[in-house]
Design a protein around this ligand. Structure first.
Ligand code: ZN
Ligand code: ZN
Length: 363
């Protein structure tokens, strides 16, 4: 089959790789019909060797498709089912999975990431491919409801897997309730998703801070009341107060999570509010400075963390089915899998108008 592969730092290409197949009785084989390129894939593009990538290693952790075959012990899926595949493999049965802490599953692995994050044998599976072997299929896959199974709905569904579930995780961890005010820091796909999910969860005022006019325009389209490219913390504080009846936001979603964004978060949050950190900098070993003085004297909760995707995807599917969310505008650049390397270039160079690339991997 054809798959997007890592070759060396700065270089990915679509190559022919061995066809995946069922290795364990709990596996499913999925024919992928649409996959996304994620901002985190760009970390692999730039520095994959540091993560243990070898030439030929597969990428991609956001994908959906059709079940081709299931192992003998898969109970909830059959050939022909349309499925969203969680970026994180999870068993659905261990202590952590039962508590909803899917990202802490004892058998957790990531599709399309470094070999050290894959514990299910065989090649690391990636979703920017024609097929993928999905381990622990009953815990890892979510069935697409019949009403949305048609391929014309794929762009409305694909962002639910990672960016929308990450956004919902931040808002849930921040204990958002209907009528609360939200400030979102960052206008990338996670920030835009946080705007959109906050709107669907009944937020009152939603402010989005970013630095790209095209993306801020999209934030307005997805539900933001106020958008701004302001960087000065004092000005951000004024702006956040003005948009929230003088209070500040109950929940700040920081999709960047570096020292500057945390400063903006403290400027935006109300006393007793929450800052949900969702950025990748922690994951990459860079820890932002947190204002522990402000945290203490104003009782700010610092929350967020690695998303438990399978906890949120079913709820997001219901919201998509009812029409309450439609994240398809974020998939700005659909293109065939064969052109995936160009898709990476578009995202890496942050060309104007590019939010997310979608790869169409089957007819
Ligand atoms: Zn992702
Ligand atoms: Zn588990």
């Amino acid at each position: 089959m054809r798959a997007l592969t890592f070759q060396s730092n700065g270089h990915v290409s679509v190559e022919t790789v061995p066809d995946p197949g069922i290795l364990q009785p709990t596996d499913a084989l999925v024919r992928i019909t649409m996959a996304a390129v994620c901002g985190s894939d760009l970390h692999i593009l730039h520095a994959g060797e540091a993560f243990g990538f070898q030439p030929g290693g597969r990428l991609g952790h956001e994908f959906l498709g059709t079940v081709e075959e299931v192992g003998a012990e898969v109970k909830h899926f059959a050939a022909g089912d349309r499925v969203l595949v969680s970026a994180g493999v999870c068993c659905g049965e261990c202590q952590w999975c039962r508590e909803g802490l899917k990202a802490s599953c004892e058998r957790m692995s990531m599709f399309g990431w470094a070999p050290r994050l894959w514990q299910h044998g065989g090649d690391v599976q990636g979703g920017q491919s024609e097929y993928a072997r999905v381990p622990l299929a009953d815990g890892t896959m979510v069935k697409i409801p019949e009403s949305m199974a048609d391929r014309s709905n794929e762009a409305r569904l694909l962002p639910l897997i990672d960016v929308m579930s990450t956004a919902m995780h931040g808002l849930t961890a921040g204990r958002l309730e209907a009528g609360d005010d939200v400030v979102v820091i960052g206008d990338g796909a996670v920030g835009l998703s946080a705007v959109h999910v906050a709107r669907a969860m009944g937020a009152q005022s939603i402010v989005c801070l970013g630095h790209h006019p095209d993306r801020l325009a999209m934030a307005e389209r997805l539900g933001a009341n106020v958008v701004t490219a302001e960087r000065d913390p004092e000005a951000i504080k004024e702006l956040a107060r003005a948009a929230t009846r003088g209070q500040g936001a109950r929940v700040v979603v920081d999709s960047v999570s570096n020292t500057a964004s945390m400063e903006a978060a403290h400027a935006s949050v109300r006393s007793g509010g929450s800052i949900a950190c969702l950025g990748m900098d922690h994951f990459m070993g860079k820890v932002p400075a947190i204002n522990w003085y402000d945290q203490f004297v104003r009782n700010i909760s610092i929350t967020g963390g690695l998303v438990h995707m399978n906890r949120y995807i079913p709820h997001l599917l219901e919201l998509a089915e009812s029409g309450a969310v439609d994240p398809s505008p974020m998939l700005t650049h659909p293109m065939p899998l064969a052109e995936a390397a160009e898709g990476y270039r578009l995202m890496a160079e942050r060309e104007a108008g590019v939010v997310k690339v979608a790869l169409l991997t089957a007819d």
